[in-house]
Design a protein around this ligand. Structure first.
Ligand SMILES: CC(=O)N[C@H]1[C@@H](OP(=O)(O)O)O[C@H](CO)[C@@H](O)[C@@H]1O
Ligand SMILES: [Mg+2]
Length: 537
């Protein structure tokens, strides 16, 4: 069937392109102030419908701006595999979002359809949203985009981002994929993985960022029963002004302090914090004046130890195990992982799409961004090997193989997931017999500092070597090298953000004073060489 241009145009006139808005796909989809988004989201509906027709499988859309302020919103695009939109379609997403008028939009659709020989016909796009008030209008915009090219929008309602990714993945694998199935699967896998270990006495305190994760964790708790007790804080979902406000994983990780609404006593327990769409997770505990933070790097280290223990018990140490990080990973974590036997450590550019793609290449790939976004990928070839072990080996071997299978089910194979991550961490602590203190003591973080610098055009900053080196503007890298060499254990890099109009600076050193100084020096250099705006840093 051919594209019904009349229907497309009738849809798109309702969502005119604002000339002053130039959307950019960025690190994890489109994001901006919510009022500027209807046109972009409508066009994403069109795109994901065509992607579904092209692949012959369901795709997905999540309306969310994650940890960003409540007045923002955004759109995350989901492949049939449950992963983020294939990078090969990102450029097209940008062109579609920037088409100046309806005719240009129709022309681009024709180009995409002919380039990929897409046959227009029935297809499904699953649409979910987080708890922002702007969701209603944007879900409608996505739905109109999907239906005006002849596909069906399947409204999944209020969900966490990883839940929608999981549902798309399972749906296309023809496996049970309802909202209920998600919670049931996680709870059952957790029970299998921890069978035989003592149920923890401690209640886990979870800061839910006043976001959709609060509802999801409540449902998960119902399935878990007495196996794991959660006490939820910051659960005012949909209450104006509350989402991510002085709470949530991003706040705790960046500010190095507990959520403002929680007392010091509450923060001194075994605490976890998730973000507004529940795809990030960090743990923390107040110890006197300081907050012990167990971030994505520490989670990766803990899960690597768990995987190694299970592989050893199953007699499968020859499999390839990789841990994938970004340049933001604390240098101490990289060093810790590098000394683990049979473990390859790799660095990719920022953004889960890069980490996920690298982790997939290992039999077992663990990936985490320092901010707590990540998962454990356990590939099909490995699972087949495992099944043979389960059948052939002795009782101990079989037990470990069953646990690895449970881990493969518990870890979200589509994308990083705070709920799945929380259960993986709890299982790891039980099976490795660790508490937050001994987990935290695996290695000591090097002091670090992040800064943001505003410049006229952040694209003048170009990087290489997984963003660890600046190749332009000229002279920048030489200056950074010199600054880093002047302090003990100094490391510094700069990169343009993919979600904000700033250039980010990261520095670490043996002391906090040196890390702060190094970050400041780098920010000054950047301001000077890359067209800094506003006051001198
Ligand atoms: C330093 C940092 O935390 N960067 C975040 C942030 O990307 P930027 O491109 O740095 O703006 O948002 C991304 C999407 O949530 C996340 O994947 C990434 O880790
Ligand atoms: Mg998020």
């Amino acid at each position: 069937m051919a594209l019904d241009v009349g229907k497309l145009l009738a849809g798109s006139v309702q969502y005119p392109k604002l000339p002053e808005v130039s959307p950019s796909y960025g690190t994890a989809g489109f994001r901006s102030t919510a009022v500027l988004l209807p046109c972009t989201v409508f066009r994403c509906g069109v795109l994901m419908a065509l992607r579904a027709m092209h692949t012959g499988a369901a795709t997905g859309i999540v309306i969310t701006a994650s940890h960003n302020p409540e007045q923002d919103n955004g759109v995350k695009l989901v492949e049939p595999s449950g992963h983020m939109l294939s990078p090969s379609w990102e450029a097209f997403a940008d062109r579609l979002a920037n088409a100046p008028d309806d005719d240009a939009l129709a022309e681009l659709c024709h180009e995409l359809i002919s380039q990929h020989s897409i046959s227009i016909g029935n297809a499904t796009v699953m649409v979910a949203h987080d708890s922002r008030p702007s969701a209603v209008a944007l879900v409608a915009a996505a739905g109109d985009g999907i239906s005006c090219v002849g596909a069906t929008a399947y409204a999944c309602g209020l969900l966490t981002t990883p839940q929608l990714h999981w549902m798309v993945m399972k749906c296309n694998r023809k496996l049970p994929h309802s909202k209920e199935d998600y919670f049931h699967t996680l709870a059952e896998a957790y029970e299998q993985l921890t069978a035989g270990a003592a149920t923890p006495d401690e209640v886990i305190i979870v800061d839910c960022a006043n976001g959709v994760g609060a509802n999801a964790l409540q449902q998960l708790q119902e399935k878990l029963g007495a196996k794991l007790r959660l006490k939820l804080f910051n659960t005012e979902v949909g209450v104006a002004g509350k989402l991510n406000a002085d709470c949530g994983a991003d706040f705790v990780q960046k500010e190095r302090t507990g959520p403002a609404s929680m007392t010091l006593a509450e923060c001194s327990g075994r605490c976890a914090s998730i973000d507004g769409d529940a795809d990030r997770l960090v743990f923390f505990s107040q110890e006197g004046d300081t907050l012990a933070l167990l971030d994505g790097d520490k989670i990766a280290a803990l899960l690597a130890l768990l995987v190694q223990q299970l592989l050893k018990a199953a007699g499968l140490e020859d499999v390839s195990l990789g841990v994938v990080q970004t340049a933001y990973a604390n240098g101490a974590s990289t060093q810790f992982l590098q000394q683990l036997p049979h473990c390859t450590v790799q660095c990719t550019p920022t953004g889960v799409k890069h980490l996920h793609a690298a982790a997939e290449k290992f039999d077992i790939g663990i990936y985490f961004e320092a901010n707590g976004h990540g998962t454990v990928l356990i590939g099909k070839p490995f699972l087949e090997k495992l099944q043979k072990t389960s059948q052939a080996g002795g009782e101990k071997l079989q037990e470990a193989a069953r646990q690895l299978e449970a881990l493969a089910t518990l870890s979200n194979q589509a994308v990083g997931d705070a709920l799945s991550g929380l259960l993986m961490v709890e299982a790891a602590l039980q099976l490795l017999q660790k508490d937050l203190q001994s987990w935290g003591a695996l290695y000591r973080d090097l002091p670090s500092r992040q800064r943001k610098v505003s410049v006229r055009d952040r694209s003048v900053v170009k990087t290489a070597d997984a963003e660890r080196k600046a190749v332009s503007p000229a002279g920048l890298q030489e200056g950074l090298d010199k600054a880093a060499a002047s302090v003990k254990s100094g490391r510094v890099f700069v990169r343009p953000s993919g979600t904000e109009d700033v250039v980010r600076v990261y520095a670490e050193a043996a002391t906090q004073e040196d890390a702060d100084g190094l970050a400041l020096e780098a920010a000054r250099l950047l301001h000077h060489l890359a067209g800094g705006t506003g006051a001198e840093v």
